[in-house]
Ligand binder design. Sequence first.
Ligand code: PBG
Length: 329
Amino acid sequence: MGGFPVERPRRLRRTPALRRLVAETRLHPAGLVLPLFVREDLAEAAPIASLPGVVQHSRASLRDAAREAVDLGLGGVMLFGVPSRRDAVGSGATDADGILNAGISDIRDEVGDDIVVMADLCLDEFTDHGHCGVLTATGEVDNDATLERYAEMGVALARAGVDVVGTSGMMDGQVAVVRAALDDAGAQHVAVLAYAAKYASAFYGPFREAVDSQLTGDRKSYQQDSANRRESMREVRLDIEEGADIVMVKPASHYLDVLRQTADSVDVPVAAYQVSGEYAMVEAAAANGWIDRDRAVLESITSMHRAGADIVLTYWATEVARWIAEGRA
Ligand code: PBG
């Protein structure tokens, strides 16, 4: 007489060693990318209130952070610049001495080819109106005029020494235009990480503080509506047709369905961006003693890999890599 139940899935959950053996998803530092902020005219690193533990870097502290990322074996860093002066067309983005380009050069100088150096290719940090593109006379975001600026910015980032540009502006045709500009400038080697499915999200709130965003209003005329999933497949398809080397879904936690469908439908690496609000929520709940912080961090990132992400951008990248090195994750 056979036992009941016939199948006992709990057998493989009995001990930590068994659970480790059968884990379908494993965290590895090489799959993590650390977003970094570098601010012009800053003497030393400055905290960001809504992102506890994350800082705006000075050029000197940025070098230290990049070095630490290398030492911990992270896959890459994604750099964002915070300029002192802004204008209507985001001139600082294409200025070779602008803070983003200077930061890229600093990191490259500090760590050579030991880590993948990525940078945000978008105008929002550099415009005085805070939009991701340039505006028409009536205040709309002008898609095709913005593409010209993105092409120039891609070349500037390449000249500064970037490995990967993150096209995050959600303008139609941006990947094709940036790819062509890079190729024309002799930067065929620079890869494009396309923010392919990027939603107009409330979860970017703390990031806006991190980059001193000047935005009033929203980005709903260019970023996607959270109601839509099929539309993401269209965005992903277009970005790959236009030459994207990696496609990303953003935010991550609330879009795991989009992430899974993307991973199932493409033959390029897939990234997910665990954005500032996702980070801040866990930190805030943990600060109140309402959640086990470390477990929540690991569970959230593991879920993104389980949903199909090869690469996760997360503000916890350094800390998680340290836990992995210590055998705690
Ligand atoms: C645009 C950009 C944003 C983020 C990354 N790139 C802001 C936005 O789209 O409004 C948000 C990242 C985060 O919230 O952590 N340059």
